[in-house]
Design a protein around this ligand. Structure first.
Ligand code: UDP
Ligand code: MG
Length: 322
């Protein structure tokens, strides 16, 4: 079960960072965050979620948490992925404003101030836009430009970059349920829940230490995820509309094909048995029945799915300062 911290009044800013083998980065990242948030003079918590690191990351984080009780630490039993890490951080956060960023020094802690300001202006979600992205051109920048474009078109959420640091109104983000590899779609989910969303340009740095945890394959996963969330996430598109709708179109097509068969028989005395369109008619009818059945099954599944969503998608070994 997820244990949510209900007491959200007394922390203003929650900074959440997923950590997976970032031993060279996290100490520096922590320093940078402190440097940027101390001048803001707000109550804060920095939540590091160690996503099953196998290097010294956890040890380093432990030392940091020992010295600063505003640093909270969650350690996973194994690597559950960035989405689960963020979900754990969010579940355990108390801040009125939540900032999520990477722990690899690629996002700039200086942007925390501007992200926060936009939330204070009244937006629920502020997405960072890495205008000058410091990654490899082809495998990263170009591919992500295309992916972002598709996501924009499909989700109708108008932001340029879904993969950077982001700020959220705490109670909005704590309502969004994360699963699979879907942390990239948090802004989309939030927006579908009715959150107001905006974006600001943020700084971006090349990765100095450690390796990126992802490869080009991720982009394809992201696109598949997009189809899934479009499907599961958007409350208005029920599966029966999609499958049943397709089924109806197929029935319609099969009717046209059947009429054509009969018309050919009457006008040209074309044998119905030898007419390939008859085969098409039958095939379309079978397909449409399949689609209807799939639609009903999908409806059933989504209900089961939503009922059973109480279990957290991660296992915690240890928490510190919680
Ligand atoms: N990360 C994680 N679990 C994973 C993979 C990545 O917590 O399984 C963290 C990682 O430590 C980093 C952030 O997610 O803080 C983004 O990962 P990365 O920098 O490798 O992605 P990129 O910037 O290359 O897109
Ligand atoms: Mg990175």
């Amino acid at each position: 079960m997820i244990t949510k911290n209900k007491n959200s009044k007394n922390v203003y800013l929650s900074i959440i960072l997923p950590v997976y083998n970032e031993e060279e980065n996290i100490a520096l990242q922590y320093e940078e965050i402190l440097k940027s948030i101390i001048p803001l003079k707000k109550t804060y918590e920095i939540i590091f979620v160690d996503d099953g690191s196998t290097d010294k990351s956890f040890k380093i984080l432990q030392d940091i948490a020992r010295k600063n009780k505003f640093v909270k630490l969650i350690q996973f039993r194994r690597n559950f992925g960035q989405t689960a890490a963020l979900a754990a951080g969010i579940d355990h956060s108390r801040g009125q404003i939540i900032i999520i960023m990477d722990s690899d020094l690629q996002n700039d802690a200086d942007d925390i101030e501007n992200l926060t300001k936009k939330i204070e202006e009244g937006f629920d979600v502020v997405s960072g836009w890495r205008r000058d992205r410091q990654d490899k051109f082809f495998s990263r920048k170009l591919v992500s430009k295309i992916a972002n474009w598709i996501i924009r078109k499909v989700s109708k959420v108008n932001i340029h970059d879904i993969g950077s640091s982001q700020a959220y109104r705490g109670n909005v983000l704590r309502q969004v349920k994360l699963y699979g590899e879907m942390h990239r779609f948090i802004p989309v989910h939030a927006s579908w829940l009715g959150a107001s969303i905006t974006e600001i340009p943020v700084k971006h740095h090349p990765r100095k230490f450690g390796k990126s945890k992802y490869t080009l394959i991720r982009t394809f996963k992201v696109l598949l995820d997009l189809i899934t969330i479009k499907f599961l996430g958007s409350y208005s598109t029920k599966p029966i509309y999609f499958f049943g709708g397709t089924g109806l179109i197929l029935i319609f097509a099969s009717a046209i094909s059947f009429i054509a068969v009969i018309a050919m028989k009457i006008t040209q005395n074309q044998s119905m048995i030898r007419n390939p369109l008859l085969l098409l008619t039958v095939m379309l009818i079978i397909l449409s029945v399949m689609f209807f059945l799939l639609g009903i099954l999908a409806e059933l599944l989504t209900r089961v799915y939503h009922e059973t969503r109480n279990e957290a998608p991660y296992k915690i070994r240890e928490t510190i300062n919680m």
